[in-house]
Design a protein around this ligand. Structure first.
Ligand code: KG4
Ligand code: ZN
Length: 342
């Protein structure tokens, strides 16, 4: 079975073809970063309009790269939520209509399920059960995964997601959008010994997170220091490093706790923040000390992409799940409500 994946939930148009026998045949991502950069964040209406422009040409490009004609597709998967409703609507309308025109089944994929299954596109793929740390711009969750569609949320952020905290803190530090990668780059030049920021909610039991206090802490620290210190550049780098250390260590503490509590020896990391090098290294080291193993996708499959949607769609389509003709994107959509795949 050969599935076309279409991702348009936010500011990236991602297209891919996944073949059940041959794996990922081709994938391409068009990022709208430049369009939104001057506004300092994603402008939903501009995002929708650009998906309208980019989706069909990108589908053609990916089919060419895979050496396939449209008629050789056996199913279409599109992101149905959660995300920006207008942006979702573009991919959903194109995906559903294309499937109808080609006479093949379509499936609306949950964006976070796409992220969660993305590590399975790599070698070696993790076996079920595993724990998933999902860290993106909109979500921070620890999930117990016993199969496709069998998800139990162990903990999640009570306020800002980890990626959102990176983005907001990057703004405080005057860094350009998208903030996460820019902050991580600035942190490279920072001295980890100069400041120690709090590790929120690690001193009590449980697997929930809270990151909104950290950005206020950063803001206050920056103001106080800039009022005193003569070297603002080094101060910004040191603060970026302290912030990154705090988020990374908080995530690591909770991952270790989740692995201990569930006695599950495998943990996958996915979502944009899992592209963070320091997070990968620290989680890997912490889990090794617990006798567990960490899995994560290549950086291009950590951030939004079509490959994860094609793969998640393939998993569901081959199990016989299909969408009716209605196009129903969902801005909010709890992952635990997804039907399991037998
Ligand atoms: O999964 P994703 O591409 O989109 C959503 O589903 O939200 O995640 C985007 C998030 C953004 O908040 C971005 O700043 C963050 O991932 N991010 C990073 C890094 N690369 C992307 N955060 C920290 N370090 C990175 N290297
Ligand atoms: Zn995402």
């Amino acid at each position: 079975m050969r599935v076309l994946g279409i991702e348009t939930s936010c500011d990236e148009t991602g297209i891919a073809v996944y073949d059940g026998a041959r794996g990922l045949l081709a994938h391409a991502v068009y990022s709208q970063t430049e369009i939104h950069a001057e506004y300092g964040g994603v402008v939903p209406e501009l995002a929708s309009r650009d998906h309208v422009r980019k989706t069909l040409p990108l589908i053609r490009q990916v089919l060419d790269e895979a050496g396939l004609a449209k008629g050789e597709l056996s199913g279409i998967a599109y992101t149905a939520g959660p995300g920006l409703i207008g942006a979702l609507l573009v991919g959903a309308a194109i995906g559903r209509s294309l499937a109808w025109a080609l006479g093949v089944p379509a499936i609306g994929v949950h964006h976070m399920e796409g992220h969660l299954l993305a590590p399975m596109l790599e070698e070696p793929a993790p076996e079920f059960p595993f724990i998933a740390l999902l860290v993106s711009g909109g979500h921070t969750q620890l999930v117990e995964v016993t199969g496709v569609g069998r998800y139990r949320i162990l903990g999640e952020s009570l306020d800002d997601a980890a990626g959102e905290a990176f983005d907001k803190t990057a703004k405080i530090l005057d860094l350009p959008y998208p903030g996460g990668p820019a902050l991580a780059r600035l942190a490279e030049r920072g001295d980890p010994a100069r400041y120690r920021f709090p590790r929120p909610m690690t001193d009590r039991p449980g697997l929930d997170f809270s990151f909104s206090g950290l950005k206020t802490f950063t803001l206050n620290c920056l103001r106080e220091e800039l009022a005193r210190r003569p070297d603002p550049e080094q101060t910004r780098a040191d603060i970026a490093r302290a912030f990154e250390e705090a988020v990374v260590e908080t995530l690591v503490i909770k991952c270790r706790r989740a692995v201990r509590e569930t006695r599950c020896p495998r943990l996958v990391m996915a979502g944009g923040v899992s592209a963070n090098r320091r997070l990968r290294e620290r989680v890997e080291r912490a889990l090794a000390a617990e006798g567990a193993r960490a899995y994560y996708p290549r950086p291009a499959l950590c951030t939004d992409n079509g490959a994860m949607i094609a793969y998640a769609g393939w998993q569901r389509l081959r199990a016989g799940q299909v969408e009716p003709l209605a196009i129903v994107p969902r801005a909010r959509w709890p992952m635990e409500s997804l039907p399991p795949v037998a």
